[in-house]
Ligand binder design. Sequence first.
Ligand SMILES: [Fe+2]
Ligand SMILES: [Fe+2]
Length: 181
Amino acid sequence: MVSFAVAVPPSDFPQVFVGTAELLKHVRAQFLLDWQGIHGAAHWSRVLDNGLRLAERTGARIDVVTLFAFLHDSRRVDDGSDHGHGQRAAEYAVELRGRAFEIDDAGLTLLAAACRGHSDGLTEAEVTIQTCWDADRLDLGRVGRRPNPRLLCTAAAREPAIIEWAYQRSLGRANRTLGRV
Ligand SMILES: [Fe+2]
Ligand SMILES: [Fe+2]
């Protein structure tokens, strides 16, 4: 059982990673797509890094941001638009709470909402949800698209330096950690 009850400092990636190892076992066992693909582990790793960096500015819940990174694309059935994968991820998050991780009810509500709406192009939401969506959208360079500031939710994500940092990483020059799991 993994507990995210205690917030982990954004700069302390190793603790977050160790705490999510069991969750990743569950997720990988049912993942239908290429683990090394555009919606696989390397993407999730960068979404996590993006989210933790944004959270330092937005005050988003780190446990929710972390779980979102690992779950939001975990129930895709293809690498296209796959309408419905957000809803399936939200349902999966509810299913895994208590089995693969612990989170309070408010956190689960945020996590499910973030997963459910992450590919609908929305920008208005509670700030933790916005941070999750921005973390994902900042990684569009992997599919040849530079993030559009007008489609980002938070001022932190719209900063040109953040967009450039995330964009360069999304091109595959600085993948780390989960891509090798
Ligand atoms: Fe997605
Ligand atoms: Fe994603």
